[in-house]
Write a protein that binds this ligand. Structure first.
Ligand code: MN
Length: 443
């Protein structure tokens, strides 16, 4: 009999899984990879883990016990790897069995798994003792531009009369990002140097960026890839995605505006991209699937290869997103971070499934562990702008923080924190944890 691992009535014996506002109740069970500090040896190893409350359950440790017996060898081997790639490439059925087993082992009322309780307790580590790593070996990283509000707001700054380019409502715009500089949450971000345009006809200079920005994004990890030369039909696109995480696409706006024509962003983006440690699976997000963004009636229908009945009906995700900043002054004063904006993934013009269908439509092969980011998630409201470029109109209208400080762009020492969570009546609230990074002065 199929078990509903999203059932809001499920309870865990891990007490912190019931703490008010926790991102990681038993209905979530996101996967990640962490380095465990082993005090007695000072050796560090990487474990595949599942977040539960304020704990991280090491699947590597669990796989060494009888607690995972009955699952096939491929599943157990995937739990012993140092990235999530093997786990992401498991079949839907294998992933369902693993999720059901982990849920059962952590559930309060499941007597048949009680003999394994000691083994599970021994595999639980406080999240505070685990260093998060990039969860997958990411071969390729693509960044889309899926928020029409972001595209319009940014377009207005550069082309007041013609903010949205004519291709926008037909093509899911994207560019190939840099996988090597994707870093885990909490990694410091060095202010990059680059070419900055000179004033009116003078030569550019090479200097630290003066317009360092964040971009609030969500990333989708590819589970099953597609063969070279084999496009993924829109009706199957979602099946190729494993789960979602938070992404901060750090951006140097002055470098960007000088370099971007005609081939798009390059060094203004490739210096660093931060991902959150936990990958929330599409299985956990099932209660939060919603219809695709409803296009205004005057907008064109998308072309048939991007227009799927199921994708239109249930291809969106209701994920609430927040971005906060903590300045050095706030940190010294012990003040809480300042909320800069709030938006929602469901307001994207293109669904993650459409991104997969479009990306592969020319025969390009996606591989397990590839990361597809949405682009800045801005909403229709002025309080829902997902980067400082939009919030401050390229620095023209600085944002004033609670303590009276103001920001046009990020300053050295600023910490940017992204958060995401799903919440609705009749479902357990689940969250993404944090994606954070602190700006360090240029060297
Ligand atoms: Mn971006």
């Amino acid at each position: 009999m199929a078990v509903n691992t999203c059932d809001p009535a499920l309870r865990s014996w891990v007490k912190s899984a019931h703490a008010a506002g926790t991102d990681f109740p038993i209905q979530n069970l996101p996967y990640g990879v962490g380095r465990v500090l082993v005090p007695e040896t000072t050796q560090a190893g990487a474990d595949v883990m599942v977040a539960i409350g304020d704990q991280a359950l090491s699947l590597r440790r669990l796989a060494a016990t009888a607690a995972l017996d009955g699952l096939d060898d491929g599943v157990k081997q995937a739990c012993r790897e140092i990235t999530l790639n093997a786990l992401m490439s498991l079949s839907k059925e294998q992933l369902r069995m693993l999720r059901e087993r982990i849920s059962a082992l952590l559930e309060e009322a499941r007597v048949e798994t009680m003999p394994h309780r000691a083994a599970v307790e021994a595999a639980l580590l406080p999240q505070s003792s685990v260093f998060p790593m990039v969860p997958a070996a990411i071969g390729d990283y693509t960044d889309f531009y899926a928020s029409i509000f972001h595209a319009t707001n940014v377009g207005k700054l550069f082309r007041p009369d013609n903010p949205l380019l004519p291709n926008y409502k037909y093509v899911p715009i994207g560019y190939h990002g840099r996988a090597s500089s994707i870093v885990p949450s909490a990694t410091s971000i060095l202010r990059p140097k680059g070419q900055l345009a000179g004033a009116q006809g003078t030569a550019p200079s090479f200097a630290p960026t003066r317009m360092l920005d964040y971009e609030l994004e969500v990333g989708a990890f590819v589970g099953h890839g597609n063969g070279f030369g084999h496009p993924v039909p829109i009706d199957e696109a979602r099946e190729h995605l494993f789960g979602l995480c938070l992404v901060n696409d750090w951006s140097a706006r002055d470098i960007q505006s000088w370099e971007y024509q005609p081939l798009g962003p390059f060094l203004s983006k490739s210096f660093a991209t931060t991902v959150s440690p936990w990958v929330v699976t599409l299985d956990a997000l099932e209660p939060f699937r919603v219809s695709a963004y409803e296009r205004p009636s005057e907008d064109p229908a998308s072309l048939p290869y991007l227009n799927g009945e199921d994708d239109q009906r249930r291809g969106g995700f209701d994920v609430r997103l927040e971005v906060l900043v903590e300045t050095p002054r706030m940190r010294d004063a012990g003040e809480a971070p300042f909320l800069l904006s709030r938006s929602n993934l469901r307001e994207l013009y293109w669904t993650p499934g459409q991104m997969v269908a479009h990306h592969t439509s020319n025969g390009c092969n996606l591989r397990t562990g590839d990361l597809l980011a949405t682009g800045t998630v801005s909403g229709s409201e002025t309080t829902a702008r997902g980067c400082l470029l939009e919030i401050t109109a390229r620095g023209a209208q600085p944002v004033v923080l609670r303590n009276g400080e103001s920001r046009k762009f990020l300053e050295d020492g600023d910490t940017v924190i992204l958060r995401g969570y799903c919440e609705r009546a009749g479902a357990a609230r689940i969250g993404f944890g944090e994606c954070r990074g602190t700006v360090e002065p240029a060297r």
